[in-house]
Design a protein around this ligand. Structure first.
Ligand code: ADP
Length: 656
C-alpha cells in the first residue's frame, strides 16, 4: 500500500545541510503494525511527516496505492490526509476551546461529513470516553486526551494511522491503554505505523524498523502482515476515488462550521474582539448620524424651496468688480421703491413682487424677552410665500404704505413670548417700539441649521424707517407668471435695474438676479461638498477600523499557529484555513457595522429629540454602511487569512 523509493529530505541549517532522510526505501502493506525506532535525530519524525503527506521529499518517490503522491497538489494532499490518514501526536494537539466531542469531529468538517457526527461519538465510546465527551481538554488527563486524539484520527475511517511517539508524554498505565487501543485498531484492519522509543510498544508490533542518521539500518519482520492481492487493488481504488470524488466538497456545506468557529474564536476573546470592532463601530455610527442630519437638512431645504415656488426671482445687491478686481463695499446697487414699481409694470410677465429688509430685533412682552429675525416685507409676501396666517390676518398694502406698527409672529416667537396665551391684539415691543400683533404665521418647521418659525414679519416701510433706519431695500422677490417666462422676466428686470440706476457696462454686476434653479444648484453643490467631506471622514474611520481588525487578526493567526497546523494535519486545505479566518474578520467587521448603525441611529434620534432638527436615517445609508463594513472585513482580513493559509503544517505544529 505504501512504497517509498530512495527518498531524500534535507534541511538547511545555516551553511550546513542536515540530511534528515538519506535514501530511504520502504514498503508497508495493508494491515501491518510497524514500529519505527532509533535514536533522537535519526529522521523518524521526518519520515512520519512524509508518510503522512505533511511534507514532501526533496527527491525520490512515494506511492500510496498506485499513485505517486509527490506529484499531487497541496489541495489533493489535504484531501488524502483527511480521508486516508489519521495522525496521533506526542503532544495530543487538541484544540483547547473545544469539547472532546468537537475535537473528535474536526476531520468530519473538512470532509464535508458533518452529518456523520454520531461517528465521533461512537469512536469516543470505543476508546472509553463516553462519560467525558463534553469536557474540554484541560479537564482531561493526558491519557484521556490522547484517546480523544485517537478517536479524532479514526473518525474518517482512514486506511493508515500514523502515531509519532503517542505515549511519550504518558504514565505507564495510560501507555498500556493507548497501546491496547492501537493494537485493537490494527486487529480491525488498520495499518498502524508508530514512532517510539519504548520497547513495550515495539513488542506488540508485527514489524520493527530501526533508523540511524536518516537511513533504515534494520527491518525485522516479527509476524507476517500479509497483503492480499484483492485488498491492494481495493486500496488503489480508494486512493483514486478519494481524489476524484472529494476534490470539490462544496463550500456552502462547510460554511456553517466556519461561522461557528468564528463566533467561537470571538467569544473566547470578548474584550479583544470588542476593542477591535470599536473603530468600525465609531466610524459607521458617525457616518449614519451625519448622513441622517445631512439628509434631514436637505429635505428641509427642499421643502423651503418648494414653498417658495419655482417661478421666483431674487434680486440682490452684488459685489461690483472693476476689471475683475472687487471694489470696496458700498459700490453696490441699492434698491428703492421705484425699482419695485417699475418691476410691477411688467404686467405681462410678472405676477407680483415685494421688497424685503431683514435684521435682528429684541422683542419684549411683559417680562419676557426674545431676540429674533425681523423681516420687513411687502404685502405680496403672504401669497408668494404661502404665509396666510393660521390665526388673525396679514397686513395690507395700505398698512405697508402708512408704516403701520403691526406684526405677524412665527410660532417659535409666540411660544417664547406668550406661551399658551393668545397673542392676537396684544402689544409687543420690537427694538423698543410698540407693535400690535395681528396674526400668527403657519408652521414651517426647523431644519438642521435654521428654525424657520423663529421670525417676526412687519411691513417693509415700518422696518426700514422706524426699526432699522435703513434707506434702501435689501432684496426684491419677484414671481414670474409662469416658469417659461422666468428667463424673459430675468432679462427684463435686469434691464430695468440698469436703466433705473444708470449702470455702466462695468457696473452691471453690482446687482445679482438669481432664479430658483440657480439657488437650487448652489445648495446642491454645498450639500455635495458636505457629502464629500462626510465621505472622507467615513473612509478614514473605516480605514482605521479595518487596520484595527487586521491587527487583531494577525495576532490571532500567530496565537493560533498550532491550531492551524493541526487543522491542516487533519485535512484542512489552504482554502479552508483562509475561509475560516476571512469569515472571522468579516464577521467582526459586520458586527461592528451593525452596532455602529444602531448607535448612529440612536444618536440621530437623540439629535431629533433634543435639538429639534429634522433628522432622517435612510435605508440606503444603512445598506451602504453594512456593505462598507463587509468590504472592510474582506479587505483587511485577506492578508492575515492568507498568512494563516500559507503556514507550513509541520512548522505550525512545532510552533511554541
Ligand atoms: P527524530 O524524529 O528521529 O528525532 P527528526 O526527523 O525530527 O528526528 O530530525 C531529523 C534531523 O533533521 C535532525 O537532525 C533534525 O535536527 C533535523 N531537522 C528536522 N526538522 C528540521 C527543520 N525543520 N529544520 C532544520 N532541521 C530539521
Amino acid at each position: 500500500m505504501i512504497e517509498l523509493r530512495d527518498v531524500h529530505k534535507s534541511y538547511q541549517m545555516g551553511k550546513v545541510e542536515v540530511k534528515a532522510l538519506d535514501g530511504v526505501s520502504l514498503k508497508v502493506s495493508s494491515g501491518e503494525f510497524v514500529a519505527v525506532m532509533g535514536p533522537s535525530g535519526s529522521g523518524k519524525s521526518t519520515l512520519m511527516h512524509i508518510l503522512g503527506l505533511l511534507d514532501r521529499p526533496n527527491s525520490g518517490s512515494y506511492f500510496l496505492g498506485n499513485r505517486d503522491v509527490t506529484k499531487l497538489s497541496d489541495e489533493e494532499l489535504a484531501i488524502l490526509r483527511n480521508r486516508l490518514i489519521g495522525f496521533v501526536f506526542q503532544q495530543f494537539h487538541l484544540l483547547p476551546r473545544m469539547t472532546a466531542l468537537e475535537n473528535a469531529q474536526l476531520p468530519l468538517i473538512y470532509a464535508g461529513n458533518r452529518h456523520l457526527k454520531e461517528k465521533a461519538r461512537q469512536e469516543l465510546e470505543e476508546v472509553g470516553l463516553k462519560e467525558r465527551m463534553f469536557h474540554k481538554p484541560n479537564e482531561l488527563s493526558g491519557g484521556q486526551q490522547q484517546r480523544v486524539a485517537i478517536a479524532r484520527s479514526i473518525v474518517n475511517n482512514p486506511l493508515i494511522i500514523l502515531a509519532d511517539e503517542p505515549t511519550g508524554n504518558l504514565d505507564s498505565r495510560s501507555r498500556e491503554e493507548i497501546i491496547g487501543i492501537l493494537k485493537r485498531l490494527n486487529q480491525k484492519g488498520k495499518t498502524v505505523i508508530v514512532v517510539t522509543h519504548e520497547k513495550e510498544i515495539a513488542i506488540h508490533a508485527k514489524r520493527i524498523i530501526q533508523m540511524r542518521d536518516g537511513r533504515l539500518i534494520s527491518d525485522e519482520e516479527r509476524q507476517a502482515g500479509a497483503c492480499v492481492i484483492e485488498q491492494a487493488s481495493l486500496e488503489n481504488a480508494m486512493v483514486n476515488e478519494t481524489l476524484t470524488k472529494l476534490r470539490h466538497i462544496s463550500g456552502e456545506k462547510k460554511f456553517p462550521d466556519y461561522a461557528r468557529q468564528a463566533v467561537f474564536a470571538m467569544l473566547s476573546h470578548k474584550m479583544r474582539s470588542l476593542l477591535s470592532m470599536l473603530g468600525i463601530l465609531i466610524g459607521v455610527a458617525a457616518v449614519i448620524a451625519m448622513l441622517a442630519v445631512g439628509h434631514g437638512a436637505r429635505e428641509s431645504i427642499n421643502q423651503q424651496l418648494s414653498s417658495l415656488g419655482s417661478n421666483l426671482l431674487l434680486v440682490r445687491p452684488g459685489s461690483s468688480k472693476l476689471h475683475g478686481i472687487a471694489l470696496e463695499a458700498g459700490t453696490v446697487t441699492r434698491f428703492t421703491f421705484s425699482d419695485i414699481e417699475e418691476i410691477n409694470r411688467l404686467t405681462d410677465m410678472v405676477q407680483s413682487s415685494y421688497g424685503m429688509v431683514s435684521g435682528r430685533g429684541q422683542l419684549v412682552y411683559g417680562n419676557k424677552n426674545w431676540n429674533t429675525e425681523v423681516d420687513g416685507v411687502g404685502s405680496a409676501y403672504v401669497t408668494m410665500r404661502a404665509a396666510e396666517p393660521v390665526a388673525g390676518r396679514f397686513f395690507t398694502e395700505q398698512e405697508v404704505r402708512s408704516k403701520e406698527k403691526v406684526a405677524v409672529l412665527g410660532l417659535t416667537v409666540v411660544k417664547q413670548l406668550f406661551g399658551d396665551a393668545n397673542p392676537l391684539g396684544e402689544t409687543i415691543k420690537i427694538n423698543l417700539i410698540n407693535f400690535k400683533v395681528i396674526g400668527i404665521l403657519p408652521e414651517k418647521g426647523a431644519s438642521a441649521f435654521h428654525d424657520q418659525d423663529d421670525v417676526v414679519v412687519i411691513p417693509l416701510t415700518t422696518a426700514m424707517y422706524r426699526v432699522f433706519g435703513k434707506q434702501y431695500i435689501d432684496a426684491i422677490f419677484i414671481e414670474a407668471k409662469s416658469p417659461e417666462l422666468l428667463d424673459v422676466a430675468q432679462k427684463a428686470v435686469s434691464r430695468i435695474i440698469i436703466k433705473q440706476h444708470r449702470l455702466s457696462k462695468d457696473e452691471e454686476d453690482s446687482f445679482q438676479i438669481r432664479n430658483m434653479a440657480d439657488i437650487r444648484k448652489t445648495l446642491e453643490s454645498t450639500t455635495k461638498t458636505m457629502s464629500l467631506l462626510l465621505g472622507a471622514i467615513a473612509a478614514i474611520s473605516l480605514l482605521v477600523g479595518g487596520i484595527g481588525i487586521m491587527n487583531i487578526m494577525l495576532v490571532s493567526v500567530t496565537e493560533r499557529t498550532r491550531e492551524i497546523g493541526l487543522r491542516k494535519a487533519v485535512g484542512a486545505s489552504n482554502k479552508d484555513i483562509m475561509a475560516q479566518f476571512l469569515i472571522e474578520a468579516v464577521l467582526m467587521a459586520f458586527l461592528g457595522g451593525i452596532a455602529g448603525i444602531l448607535l448612529g441611529s440612536g444618536i440621530s434620534i437623540l439629535i431629533a429629540i433634543f435639538a429639534g432638527w429634522n433628522v432622517k436615517v435612510s435605508l440606503s445609508s444603512v445598506l451602504l454602511a453594512t456593505a462598507f463594513s463587509l468590504v472592510v472585513g474582506v479587505v483587511f482580513g485577506l492578508w492575515p487569512a492568507q498568512k494563516a493559509a500559507k503556514l507550513d503544517p509541520i512548522e505550525a505544529l512545532r510552533y511554541e
